[in-house]
Write a protein that binds this ligand. Structure first.
Ligand code: VGL
Ligand code: ZN
Length: 250
């Protein structure tokens, strides 16, 4: 038991200097929960008590919710910060395959604003049940909800910048004005919204940590989850599981 614990530590805090020293000062730390919405989860409850499957369900996506709730509770109790993003598209959004004749989900097109836009099934339509946060996610503790992808002709994966890579969501300013310097990320999906958010976060100069047991991936195209994880680690983004993070939180 003790052995596997220290192995996990070595595996996740594999950057020189960080492994022994990393302490998370709650007052300067944000938990950023990415897109834990019904449409990204395999099953969700409708208002009438019936169930539906998410339009763009990530396999086992709902398994991360209890992990995120525990992290959020711990962080809040120590004076930390919580923000949650919500994918929030108008009907007929540019990222929907149904908006382009002859196209199907997973096809890739060039749009006015973005080359290489992946097309998706209709999902997270503004005001729909699918766009709601999953009912098990504790959103009471969220200090900020940030919506993205609400422009008709522009998609957004990252919590910081839309897919033209220029249009800000405002999150960076909010973080800086509160003196936050460390962002712990979890949510959906590892290879899209978590990936782009984490890469922007790191590039903006914040210490960026992915809660490794609080993310799940889409896997389109094949290999995208492994590629995303490798690119994040190569960029200096830290991967740590929630147990490790809880231990390091002050
Ligand atoms: C996402 C595809 C389309 C995500 C959002 O949250 O990762 N993926 N829109
Ligand atoms: Zn979307």
């Amino acid at each position: 038991m003790a052995m596997s614990r220290s192995k996990a530590t070595l595996k996740f805090f594999n950057f020189p200097g960080i492994i022994y020293r990393m302490i998370l000062n709650a007052a300067q730390t944000l938990l950023l929960t990415i897109d834990v919405q019904n449409d990204f989860c395999p099953v969700y409850t409708l208002a009438q008590g019936e169930c539906s499957g998410g339009a763009l369900a990530v396999q086992n996506g709902d398994e991360i919710i209890p992990v995120l709730n525990v992290l959020a509770a711990a962080l809040v109790s120590k004076g930390g910060w919580i923000a949650a993003t919500q994918d929030w598209h108008p009907a007929g959004h540019v990222s929907f395959a149904s908006s382009h004749s002859g196209k199907k989900p997973a096809d890739i097109i060039d749009t006015d604003n973005v080359n290489g836009q992946v097309l998706w099934p209709d999902h997270c339509v503004q005001g729909s049940r699918g766009a709601d946060f999953h009912e098990k996610l504790d959103t009471k503790t969220a200090n900020l909800v940030i919506r993205k992808g609400f422009r008709q002709n522009l998609d957004s994966y990252s919590a910081f910048f839309e897919n033209d890579r220029k249009t800000s969501t405002g999150l960076e300013g909010w973080i800086r004005s509160l003196g936050i310097n460390t962002v712990i990320m979890g949510g959906l999906a590892t290879d899209y919204c978590v990936f782009y958010s984490a890469m922007d976060c790191k590039r903006l100069g914040f210490t960026t940590i992915v809660a490794s047991d609080a993310v799940r991936g889409v896997g389109i195209p094949e290999g995208s989850v492994d590629n995303a994880i490798k690119t994040m680690k190569d960029s200096g983004i830290v991967f740590a599981d929630s147990a490790e993070l809880l231990e390091r939180l002050r």
